[in-house]
Design a protein around this ligand. Structure first.
Ligand code: NCD
Ligand code: ZN
Length: 384
């Protein structure tokens, strides 16, 4: 083992921990455990639970669950269908931002009523971020609304060249626009997962692995790569890498679904990621595709700036820079037990994680007691 490298704990501003409602896929303990195993010390959880977080009541229920189970720090987004605007005042001190779905995804919480959307942007407190899931022309819409109502708007999981170009233009005249990309859009492309079989019909296969090694142990593998936004082309992927300087954060969109669901004929979209991002990024540093400075900017300092909080300086992670290892489904802490990056060889295995100076993870073991993680908005979080 080489001399460990210490870096600030990663802040993942986009995860779906499914608790309450779908704890067969993930819960707050397994999700935050997976986070620690991936060197992530703070997660921001999305509101598209089975019963969406559209009211103070549902938010408080979720907060109670996290308070008992979390082993890393966390924050919550509020959600909206445009009919819960009166709740905004009640929850604004309890959430780090609002999530708005302008493009359809898991949970079907689409906000496509123009009038309601205007009201949402108008009413949401200006000091708090609106995170937008939008693709194509929905990005123009979000940028225009941000300008009109003076909101802080963060566009999440940008995957396409054209979309990033529009955002780069928008950012030129509005410093309140930020964006992130996911590790799966950086490290996977649609070309990579489609291959011609002997009959010449395009079909999807796992990259870098045989059928035997697929997350389901063999069988049809297609559904595992279904995700919103879909994996994009090589050209899109290259554009993201070439424009990292215009990107503000890397967020995983950790969206666990069970192996059974992903193997089915109607696989839900989404893939896990919170546990594998740091080694993937560190391997990119080793390969000269990313600087260490950018890795920290995209996963730590910028998330703090965008959301206006400070991470405790003793919240950090130690990685082994030299040992090569293989990502294995069997070793994952996420309840869904699979990764789109299984069988990949990486560097940067997480050795130790500290939260506020306390060792919470070492050599594959969670040392933190459930409940050690704090809501970053709680005065006790010790970050500021
Ligand atoms: C996410 C999920 O499963 O909750 N799915 C996805 O494909 N990204 C929802 C989302 O972030 O859009
Ligand atoms: Zn998401």
């Amino acid at each position: 083992m080489g001399k460990p490298i210490r870096l600030p704990g990663l802040i993942d501003i986009h995860v779906h921990f499914r608790d309450p409602g779908q704890t067969d896929k993930e819960d707050f303990y397994t999700g935050t455990s997976a986070a620690l195993a991936g060197g992530v010390t703070t997660v921001f959880d999305m509101p598209n639970n089975l019963v969406p977080i559209f009211t103070l009541k549902t938010l408080l229920e979720k907060m109670k669950i996290a308070e008992k189970k979390a082993v890393c720090d966390y924050g919550f987004y509020f959600g909206t269908d445009g009919k819960n605007i009166t709740e905004f005042e009640k929850v604004k001190g309890l959430v780090i931002g609002l999530k708005v779905y302008l493009t359809l995804t898991t949970g079907k919480y689409l906000l496509d009523n123009g009038q309601k959307l205007e009201e949402v942007f108008e009413s949401w407190p200006k000091e708090k971020v609106i995170v937008v899931h939008g693709e194509g022309d929905k990005i123009d819409l979000a940028i225009n609304l941000a300008k009109k109502y003076k909101n802080k708007v963060h566009i999440t999981h940008v995957s396409k060249k054209n979309d990033l170009q529009v955002i780069i233009e928008g950012k030129k005249t509005n410093s309140n626009i930020t964006c992130d990309v996911t590790p799966h859009h950086l490290f996977l492309s649609k070309e990579q997962i489609s291959a011609k079989n002997t009959s010449g019909v395009a079909r999807r296969v796992y990259p870098e692995r045989s059928r035997r090694d697929s997350p389901d142990g063999g069988g049809t593998a297609n559904g595992f790569y279904e995700v919103k936004p879909p994996l994009a082309s090589r050209v899109d992927q290259d554009f993201l890498w070439e424009h990292l300087k215009d990107i503000d954060a890397i967020a995983t969109d950790h969206a666990p679904h069970t192996i059974e669901e992903k193997k089915s004929n109607t696989p839900p979209s989404g893939m896990p990621g919170v546990e594998t991002t740091l080694p993937l990024l560190f391997t990119a540093v080793k390969d000269g595709r990313l600087t260490m400075k950018d890795l920290i900017r995209l996963t730590n300092t910028n998330p703090q700036m965008i959301f206006g909080f400070r991470q405790n300086k003793n919240t950090c992670v130690e990685i082994d820079p030299d040992e090569k290892y293989t990502i294995e489904n069997e070793n994952l802490k996420t309840k869904c037990s699979w990764s789109p990056f299984a069988r990949r060889e990486v560097y940067g295995r997480v050795q130790k994680v500290f939260i506020r100076g306390e060792k919470v993870f070492e050599k594959g073991k969670i040392l933190a007691k459930p409940g050690l993680g704090r809501n970053i908005l709680s005065p006790k979080s010790g970050g500021v």
